[in-house]
Design a protein around this ligand. Sequence first.
Ligand code: AMP
Length: 565
Amino acid sequence: MIAGIDLGTTHSLAGLMCDGLPVLVPDLSGRRLTPSVVWFPQDAEPVAGWEAIEAMAHDPARVIASSKRWIGRRVSGGDVPSRAGEPGADGMFRLPHREVSAEEVAACILRKLRGDLKRFAGADVNRAVITVPAYFNDAQRSATKRAGEAAGFVVERILSEPTAAALAYGLDRLGMSARVAVYDLGGGTFDVSILELDQGVFEVLATNGNTRLGGDDLDKALATSWGITPPEAEKIKCLLGGTDRVDFQGHVFNRAELDAICRPLIESTRLHCQRSLADAGLSASDLDAVVLVGGATRMPLVRSFVQEIFQREPDVSQHPDEAVALGATIQAGILEGALSALTLLDVTPLSLGIETFGGLMNVLIPRNSTIPCKKGEMFTNAVSGQAEMRISILQGEREMARDNWKLGELVIPFPPSPKGQARVGVQFEIDANGILQVLARDTATGTDRCLAISSAVDVTDEAVEKMLGDSLEHAISDVDERVFTETRIKALEMLPALEIVLAGLGEDLEASIRLKVDDLVSAIHRAIAARATQELKLLIRDLDILTEPLAAEFLEKSLDLRDPG
Ligand code: AMP
């Protein structure tokens, strides 16, 4: 049996297929939601869920909540002290008696769910599909997978949350080719994804969002405006979904006020929706369905906003906070063969590539590529006599390698060879769990080196958003630098070849031509120093025209020498 698990920021759920139907599993008390909270008692095993919530009252220093934000990543600003409830720069939460990583916290939650699954099924359940946000990078997906393994699961698949939601809403019934928007506003995070169902295959075309926006922010804004506590504000917010006015401790609160306070925060999701549509190459009118995920999408204001943005009434047929777990369970059913096979595909949130000569980013797998995927390219040595190639694995949208993030490095040795002679194949493969395997092979000797990218990337989720913003902001200067670098490489490749020709012709070369060549070569060096791309291009062309007959003459001369008869 394979379980479907929604490992959420605030709460988690698990499900199993029962008689061909996905069923969410209750705990001993009959509740299906398990708070994603863990209590690490002084002298006992960790406890996850409702009991950990209770421990917040008597042992708060040993309770960790909302740790999903930190799984698989280190915290930025290494020397800044961490805030209460947040891990230190090394990614570890400091408790009075021990240190704990977000991965361990996740493992405790998953172990608790495994116990509930076992009791419900009457047998051990040791295989699972676990969901993660679509924007999770390699390190975050790997860490989630390891947490599942630490909890005793064979992790059959790491599935993106919007893809799971799409399954739960039964979007496969829409027809052979349908496009769907998934709008997910939870307690602490927001994301929007555009999916396409094509010939029975689900594909995430694009994803966008804000990892620091959710229902909790609405509660804070309401609490500030109304002069009450955030938990009180949350209660009123939820009540006002079903009625226009609420009496609370002698005060009257109405929906119009609620909407006015919440509107700017909801409005801030507009840009993300528009970007995801643009990334998918679609407009709102191309969509066949819009579905809602996350508790905060129960608000009438959110529903009307989503309807306006996507010009379509959202589908509210599922519980928005159970859809992801339900979809994960359906996926588990598909893997078990209990349901007809639909292949589920996700996309890469940022481009992946390697650094090439001149410090350029060479993209192998572009951003928003469907995974699983595999891409390969052949590279050669830029310098004669080079005996190894250093392959820097990069993630990001910038033209220059230095502006992207380095995920790792491989060094592949090969027999020293003249420039351009070595042949090194580099292959990037992203498996169904979103884990990147890099393979480099010297084709002459068959020597190869592999790297699985699962190390922590020293960047935050916010930095992913920043990367996209930066690449837009620097688009023009980045392209200028790439064109200049490529032109400079071309010039610097020409000059040594020209030296050989000039030396070979020796006395046979007319002095006036020699002068012209020297002038052009100096002008090329000046243009490189001045980074004058257009001028450099023209000079290269002129030098080409001037030296073409010389090269032919040189070739003839060397043939004559070799074959005097
Ligand atoms: P989730 O992370 O999906 O469980 O969503 C939790 C968020 O949904 C919290 O901010 C809740 O306040 C919010 N929420 C739950 N139910 C409602 C409701 N009926 N109306 C408005 N917000 C809700």
